[in-house]
Design a protein around this ligand. Structure first.
Ligand code: AMP
Length: 388
């Protein structure tokens, strides 16, 4: 099977790594990929708008789309119209992520518990921009000052909802053919600083399994959250194929949905795929086969540039990846480039270091030991990923 992975971050490197291990794979391509992916795949320096033509030229059997932007813009529809199989939803189904208002409407119609919409903006509350905002469209407002700031910053249309409290978890469902298969629960860390301080980011780390939500609970959550939403989308003529990601909060009143995403989460994917035994590719290709979840734990630490999330970093030389890999970790590239044959930074989140082990504690030690092998000027990372 000839596969094309679309995207250039750590999530796509993890997907390419997992797919590259499949006995069913004959050729792996990426658009545009990154220097890490280039060790596993042929990289084509094209944007998402040129992917349908590239996939046709390559005669790709399957295109796996990483980021949400191209999906919301209709990339999967365009591929399917050309007779090319895509892992990723249609534009109509991707609205579950592309529009918060649509997601809420679908959840309410499906009877899936989520945050109540508030008629007036009053703290405590959460202000959410309606469209895609790359993690920057949400303001948690506990005080009048925070609310005033949010209302100044948010671009309409937006909505205001109740502020929920509790531990968060991410649950991914691979939806292909007629079925939905749950991956194990994972947790990510959105704030830049230790102890969940500082501004929101694309994600500073992740881990799985969770101490408070057993792997075995995933199926039950799928039944109460994902499947009703999948049925409602199908009823509306927008059946979902691809990865349906539920961001959930375990409140005192039970599990509530915070958001849906229409693609693999970054950086949860980097912790989840190393936990799987067996072959991911047939699953993505809509064939039979379930995932076998191992008892292995995985912890991902994101190495970011010194000014992240305010701005990214470019051109700073990176050292020590080989040593980190020799220590047993997986190192996925998120924002790197080659400059005159030298690996340099090229983005805010630069590398993802994944440690695995028999327990979360040993995976955590493996991840941090490996992270300490890597160096670039200004490098920062959280020290409390998977810290209980
Ligand atoms: P989202 O982009 O919807 O995932 O929101 C980003 C982050 O904002 C979430 O991971 C939560 O930590 C927080 N958040 C979003 N909605 C709520 C809510 N209703 N109550 C509390 N926190 C929220």
């Amino acid at each position: 099977m000839k596969v094309l992975v679309v995207g250039s971050g750590g999530r796509e490197h993890a997907l390419a790594w997992s797919i590259s291990r499949s006995p069913a794979l004959t050729e792996l391509h990426a658009a545009p990929g990154n220097p890490g992916i280039a060790a596993l795949a042929t990289c084509h320096p094209v944007g998402p708008e040129d992917v349908p033509a590239l996939a046709t030229e390559l005669r790709a059997d399957l295109v796996v789309v990483g980021p949400e932007g191209p999906l919301v813009a209709g990339l999967a529809d365009e591929l399917r119209a050309r007779g090319i199989q895509a892992f990723g939803p249609s534009a109509a189904a991707a609205r579950i992520e592309g529009s918060k208002a649509f997601a809420k409407e679908v959840m309410d119609a499906a009877g899936v518990p989520n945050a109540r919409t508030l008629p007036v903006a009053q703290p405590p509350c959460v202000v959410k921009a309606d469209g895609l905002a790359a993690g920057k469209g949400v303001w948690v407002c506990r005080t009048p000052v925070e609310l005033a700031e949010a209302l100044r910053a948010v671009a309409p249309p937006f909505h205001v909802e109740e502020l929920l409290e509790g531990p968060e978890l991410s649950l991914f469902a691979v939806v292909s053919g007629d079925g939905a298969i749950a991956l194990p629960p994972a947790r990510d860390y959105k704030r830049v600083g230790d102890g969940d301080t500082g501004p929101n980011t694309g994600g500073m780390g992740s881990f799985s399994p969770l101490p408070d939500v057993a792997d075995e609970e995933a199926e039950e959550i799928l039944e109460t959250v994902h499947r009703p939403v999948l049925r409602e989308l199908a009823r509306r003529g927008a059946p979902f194929h691809g990865l349906l990601y539920a961001g959930l909060m375990r409140t005192e009143d039970g599990l509530r949905v915070i958001e849906f995403n229409c693609r693999f989460g970054d950086p949860e994917t980097q912790s989840l795929l190393p936990r799987l035994d067996g072959d991911l590719l047939p699953l993505l290709a809509g064939g039979d086969g379930g995932v076998q979840v191992s008892s292995r734990a995985a912890v991902t630490v994101v190495l970011a540039g010194g000014a992240y999330p305010e701005r990214g970093d470019t051109g700073t030389p990176i050292d020590g990846i080989e040593a980190a890999e020799a220590a047993g970790a997986l190192v996925f590239h998120a924002g790197t480039a080659l400059q005159d044959g030298r690996l340099v930074t090229n983005g805010g989140r630069v590398l993802n270091v994944v440690g695995t082990g028999g327990s979360v504690a040993s995976a955590r030690t493996a991840a941090y030991d490996a992270a300490s092998c890597i160096h670039f000027a200004g490098m920062r990372y959280r020290g409390d990923i998977a810290n209980g």
